[in-house]
Design a protein around this ligand. Structure first.
Ligand SMILES: [Zn+2]
Length: 233
């Protein structure tokens, strides 16, 4: 993955300085970890990494071109995402964002991005929760790769049922007509977009958002999520 304007050397130097001042802690066990790593060596060998790059093959042209996630949504990963999402533990976000960036770098190294866009929350859900975890992840990812973030370019104008409780057909139906572009739609025209969400089940939400972005003439949409929920249906 090619990064933004700030050179990799400068970025590495700034990260080393930050790690010196605030030694990094492992996301999953809170022990001190190696500089530049959000996961300690012990957790790194025991976490439920996805064996195969999830959805890394080219997808339908009107949906996501590529969809990647580093981890399976189970055990400690599920707990960390839940803490980030429902308990306001936003200190986990930079580390989770780093895992997403690493997954995109490993699985889609040829990709270049102009814009990072989070999957939006419906305004009622946003009011209840107080923040959109996907937007916070997108900000951290944008900062990490030096690419601007457009938080309001997509809007969710219909509250929908939680995707991972539904069957595949229900999920496809559930996201139909739910997302649209807002504000200055020229923001996405000709852009290579990195779409960000916390979890992915079938990819229906990411595909629905990618279709909307492409209706605004985004030329490519790659989606990244922290974890893949394996659904039986
Ligand atoms: Zn650990």
């Amino acid at each position: 993955m090619r990064r933004g304007h700030l050179s990799d050397t400068l970025r590495r130097a700034l990260r080393a300085l930050r790690d010196f001042i605030f030694p990094p802690m492992c996301l999953f066990c809170s022990r001190e970890t190696l500089p530049g790593n959000s996961v300690c060596p012990d957790c790194a060998v025991t976490l439920p990494w996805l064996n195969e790059p999830f959805g890394s093959t080219v997808r339908a042209a009107d949906g996501c071109d590529c969809l990647v996630a580093p981890l399976r949504y189970e055990g400690r990963v599920r707990e960390a995402v839940w803490r980030m999402k429902f308990r306001g533990e936003t200190q986990l976000i930079p580390g989770l964002a780093q895992l997403c960036v690493q997954a995109v770098s490993d699985l889609a190294p040829q990709e270049i991005f102009d814009l990072v866009v989070p999957v939006p929350l419906h305004r009622e859900r946003l009011r209840e929760r107080g923040y959109n975890q996907a937007a916070l992840l997108a900000r951290a990812i944008g900062k990490e790769i030096g690419v601007p973030v457009a938080e309001k370019v997509l809007v969710k104008h219909k509250a929908s049922a939680v995707q991972h409780t539904l069957s595949l057909d229900q999920r496809k139906e559930n996201v139909k007509g739910v997302y649209s572009l807002s504000g200055n739609v020229d923001q996405v025209k000709g852009k290579r977009v990195l779409l960000v969400d916390d979890i992915v089940t079938s990819g229906c939400t990411a595909d629905a958002c990618a279709k909307v972005l492409k209706s605004g003439q985004a030329c490519r949409v790659v989606a990244v999520c922290v974890a893949h929920v394996e659904n039986k249906s």
